[in-house]
Design a protein around this ligand. Structure first.
Ligand code: DCP
Ligand code: CA
Length: 406
């Protein structure tokens, strides 16, 4: 098996760290992000200062309050975390195209052979950490190893704000002294069974005969044995090709204001168009979704004469569907959404573009570049600008989670 190099990058205390960037007064303090403390909320994450009091993810907020009453309790801001995540993944993608995101704040990066570009993989990891720190104000811990499982454990061991490299041949020795719970995939149940067998460290697990583990855990026993020995042949896999992409939003108040609805649709269409261009793909089918105040939901779709990735064409198609749907009805609107199917073949048919479409294409490419640099809301059309009035909070992201990409 040829030698591989894999990085696992994981942001420290993610939700809390984003809150600390938004409000620096929270730095260095016990901070907990999660549900409400009086009802049945649970802790999403805790700052390392709060962790010192025993507070951890998944714990009831009420327990956290008892363990660390002086902590600052926040309910969180999913939009900000999604935005930070998007920018984090963007930085990683600048370093290697072989990127496998694992949730919002962690990813594997395959970096085999990249040392020639950065002196060493260690240097490369330092550059990634420096960029994440400079551009997002967040601490990223990184593990480097010859396989995914060991890279993941190494990034955990490197925390907080650290970097750890396990060299080829050193995998088993690195894992050996660690508690079995540190092995990814070993949860509470497996841990209890292994402890019952007298297995406390990964080293002891690694020396167990494979047949014994297979007898106890079936196929999973084989995987456990391999992983405990620092062997993992799985590849860093980019996410599966998307078949469609969509955005939708629910309004704070139901409305029939057509100017407002079109403005929102324009904003959502721009997000969808940006997805297509980021994937280097086009669409030939636009669909809209309208949910009325009584929760009745309608979808309408339209096939395009020519494939496109232009916001303007997507919006115009969606907007005429929207107008027909809303005007044919008397009810107020609670939610609207727009989605496009994705043609999964790269390349465009330039000769088919008319003059207008060519101008859109150029314009959109410039807009995308500026948005990558300065954020999505740096450029707004007349239609989306008027959304700011309705969203007095001054927020520039008007969608609600989940931002669905399917
Ligand atoms: N999260 C959550 N509920 C959980 C666990 C995590 O909502 N039970 C969220 C909040 C975390 C984010 O996911 O900030 C990332 O989870 P991690 O397990 O990576 O934990 P952190 O990033 O908070 O801390 P660290 O990676 O430093 O241990
Ligand atoms: Ca994390």
């Amino acid at each position: 098996m040829p030698l591989k190099t894999v990085m696992h990058i994981d942001l420290d205390a993610f939700f809390v760290s984003v809150e600390q960037v938004l409000n620096p007064a929270l730095k260095g303090k016990p901070v907990v992000v999660g549900g409400s403390t009086d009802r049945r909320g649970v802790v999403a994450t805790a700052s390392y200062e709060a962790r010192a009091f025993g507070v951890h993810s998944g714990m009831p907020m009420a327990t956290a309050l008892r363990l660390c009453p002086q902590a600052i309790f926040l309910t969180g801001n999913y939009h900000r975390y999604a935005e930070a995540s998007r920018r984090f993944m963007g930085i990683l993608a600048d370093f290697s195209p072989f990127l496998e995101p694992m949730g919002l704040d962690e990813a594997f990066l395959e970096v085999t052979g990249f040392e020639s570009l950065h002196k060493s993989i260690y240097e490369m990891a330092q550059k990634i950490r420096a960029r994440v720190r400079a551009e997002l104000g967040l601490a990223a811990s990184i593990g480097i190893a010859p396989c995914k499982i060991v890279a993941k454990v190494a990034s955990d061991e490197a925390k907080p704000d650290g970097l750890m490299q396990v060299l080829p041949g050193g995998e088993a020795a690195f894992l050996a002294p660690l508690a079995i719970r540190k092995l990814p995939g070993v949860g509470e149940k497996t841990e209890a069974i292994l402890k019952g067998l007298g297995i406390k460290t990964i080293g002891i697990l690694a020396r167990m005969p494979e047949t014994a583990l297979k007898h106890r855990f079936g196929m999973y026993g084989e995987t456990l044995h391999r992983h405990a020995n620092g062997i993992d042949h799985s590849h860093v896999l980019p996410p599966a090709e998307a078949k469609s992409t969509s955005r939708e939003t629910t309004f704070e108040r139901d409305t029939r204001d057509m100017v407002f609805l079109s403005g929102m649709l324009r904003y959502l269409a721009e997000k969808v168009g940006a997805d297509l261009r980021r994937y280097g793909r086009q669409t030939a089918c636009v669909a809209i979704k309208v949910r009325f105040a009584d929760f009745t939901t309608l979808t309408r779709q339209c096939t395009l004469a020519n494939p496109t990735d232009a916001d303007q064409y997507i919006f115009q198609t969606g907007d005429s569907l929207l107008k027909k749907t809303v005007q044919a009805d008397k009810r107020a609107v609670r939610l609207i959404g727009i989605g496009v199917s994705i043609i999964n073949e790269p390349g465009r048919q330039l000769p088919l573009l008319n003059g207008m479409e060519q101008r859109w294409e150029k314009l959109n490419r410039v807009i995308d570049k500026m948005r990558v640099k300065y954020g999505f809301s740096v450029i707004q059309s007349g239609q989306t600008l008027q959304l700011r009035k309705a969203y007095h909070s001054g927020s520039s992201d008007f969608t609600h989670p989940p931002l669905q990409i399917s």
